[in-house]
Design a protein around this ligand. Structure first.
Ligand code: VGL
Ligand code: ZN
Length: 194
């Protein structure tokens, strides 16, 4: 378990039906094993006075993020559909930050990338954390090699101290080893692996 206090926030990344449920459109292998770990972290974080904030991939029906529109992913987490809902087994006890809402590509909980202009714009996440004077993030969720990776790296870039609970993440592994490579990269970037 990670340690918590008022200056730490737990960031729960994309625990949505399409990723976390075997019936989802982009199921992450082993995701069911993260629920008890993440729910325990949520409980401890809240008991310790930490904010818990959840990210939610929230795509329009067409976006360059999807294979059908020129991207690489099957259709997933489409706004207002079952697949985009946070999984019912997840303990929900804090604000939800949506990303990709305007059809942007990209994976971070902090920023969204406009695939036409290449520019990025921030989500609400950094503002929510700064409003609470948060200095340290504990990251869990899906998927290690995409949204967890990008969110943790952006956290470091933005000046947060960042920890990741290994038992609370799983990888897509489009290429075998992607998840392990992401963890090594995160460690090299200064993320503490717990
Ligand atoms: C994610 C692939 C596509 C993620 C989101 O949450 O890691 N992966 N969209
Ligand atoms: Zn997505």
């Amino acid at each position: 378990m990670a340690s918590y206090g008022p200056l730490t926030a737990l960031v729960v990344v994309d625990m949505q039906n399409d990723f976390a449920d075997p019936a989802g459109s982009l199921p992450v292998r082993g995701a069911e094993g993260t629920f008890p770990v993440i729910n325990d972290e949520v409980t401890l974080a809240r008991q310790s006075g930490s904010l818990v904030v959840y990210t939610q991939d929230w795509h329009p029906a067409h976006t360059p993020h999807f294979e059908q529109d020129g991207g690489i992913w099957p259709v997933h987490c489409v706004q207002e559909t079952w697949g985009a809902e946070l999984h019912p087994a997840l303990q929900l006890d804090g604000p939800v930050v949506r990303k990709g809402t305007g059809g942007e590509d990209g994976y971070s909980g902090f920023t969204m990338r406009d695939s036409a202009s290449g520019g990025t714009r921030p989500t609400e996440l950094d503002r929510i954390l700064r409003a609470r004077d948060v200095r340290r993030l504990v990251v869990v969720g899906l998927a290690t090699d995409y949204c967890v990776r990008e969110t943790a790296l952006d956290g470091i870039r933005l000046g947060y101290e960042v920890s990741l609970v290994r038992a609370g993440v799983r990888a897509v592994d489009l290429q075998p080893g992607d998840g392990d490579r992401a963890l090594a990269e995160l460690r090299a970037a200064g993320v503490q692996l717990e």
